[in-house]
Design a protein around this ligand. Structure first.
Ligand code: UDP
Ligand code: MG
Length: 318
């Protein structure tokens, strides 16, 4: 547990950044300005450079030189946003920690309202997306489907949720000390934890300048992690598929036996092909689902660290 210390900042902001050199300075300055307005100088900003290949870390170093409350962590390579968020939470020392994207798609203007809700007693303040008009239809539909699946099957509410959150120190200590899993889905975990929650609603702003830093594959990987971390339901689908093929088998077998008894030539080439293809695809899908869970278990048992830090500025390992 982090002792309440007078020199500790009241608020920490954690910003994951991957190739954000274009907008990181503006984002940090804007967030700093708003934090100053809320808590005077009792804040810190930790930018986690997630293996950027551009000048992101150089910009963080320059910002940090001008203002010691701006701190930086550079990963040895790209470990993904989930791990960048975790590193920020590991090293943040504030009494409340705000996680916010580097591209200003999470409007910092909501920070004062989130802090007010925290002061009023909320342990977690979720910023929920009211609209995502700048996303493509494909991205909107994929996000909708995945969020519905996770919320429906996993029993946690991640509909329209975002990684823009305010977490009380107590919650951060739980995430960093008590949840030992390697595969993390931050949005799901913060919802799973419970405690007193509150919400603010925002419109997703347009991404300034460049494009999203998520590739199709990294989004797919995150979706699989989210599903496998919160529900075993896909495994039950296999049992269901098994019963379905059993019923199919019985009906086709009875027809074949009936034809045999009546001395009719057993026809049904088409039926055989359909059955073979159906059963074949059921088996492959089932193996795939089991494989995904085994892959996740494999990652967990390897026990490798979530991330490796190449260098840092303003961070104290105490
Ligand atoms: N990000 C990261 N590591 C990655 C991909 C993204 O730290 O591998 C950061 C990125 O710099 C940004 C945030 O995660 O601050 C959200 O990424 P992005 O804006 O590309 O995602 P989207 O808004 O499309 O969900
Ligand atoms: Mg974004």
């Amino acid at each position: 547990m982090n002792p309440v210390n007078k020199s500790n900042p009241v608020i920490s902001a954690v910003i994951p950044a991957h190739n954000e050199s274009q907008g990181i300075e503006v984002a940090v300055k804007k967030i700093a300005e708003i934090l100053t307005h809320c808590v005077n100088s009792a804040w810190e900003i930790i930018v986690v450079d997630d293996g950027s290949s551009d000048q992101t870390y150089a910009k963080i170093l320059a910002l940090s030189q001008n203002d010691a409350r701006i701190k930086g962590i550079a990963f040895s390579r790209n470990f993904g946003k989930e791990n960048a968020l975790l590193a920020g939470l590991d090293y943040a020392t504030g009494q409340a920690i705000i996680t916010i994207d580097a591209d200003l798609q999470h409007p910092p203007s909501f920070i004062p309202e989130m802090i007010a809700k925290w002061r009023a007693g909320a342990k977690i303040v979720h910023a929920v997306k009211r609209s995502r008009k700048h996303d493509s239809i494909a991205k909107k539909s994929a996000a909708y489907l995945i969020n519905q699946l996770i919320s429906g099957l996993g029993g946690i509410n991640v509909k329209n949720s975002s990684d823009f959150k305010l977490l009380d120190r107590e919650i951060v200590d739980i995430i960093t000390h008590q949840l030992s899993e390697k595969q993390r889905f931050f949005r799901g975990l913060t919802s799973w934890i419970g405690f007193d929650e509150d919400y603010v609603y925002f419109d997703v702003a347009n991404r300034e300048g460049d494009e999203s830093k998520w590739s199709f594959w990294s989004l797919l990987e995150l979706s699989i992690t989210a599903l496998t971390s919160f529900t075993g339901f896909p495994l039950h689908i296999i049992t269901f598929l098994g019963f379905l093929t059993l019923i199919l088998g019985f009906s086709v077998a009875s027809e074949a036996i009936w034809s045999l008894i009546n001395h009719q030539t057993v026809s049904g080439y088409t039926t055989i092909i359909i059955c073979l293809l159906l059963i074949g695809s059921f088996v492959m899908i089932s193996l795939g689902i089991i494989g995904e869970y085994i892959a996740k278990i494999y990652d967990e048992v390897k026990g490798r660290p979530h991330y490796l830090i190449k260098s840092s500025v303003g961070i104290h390992d105490d």
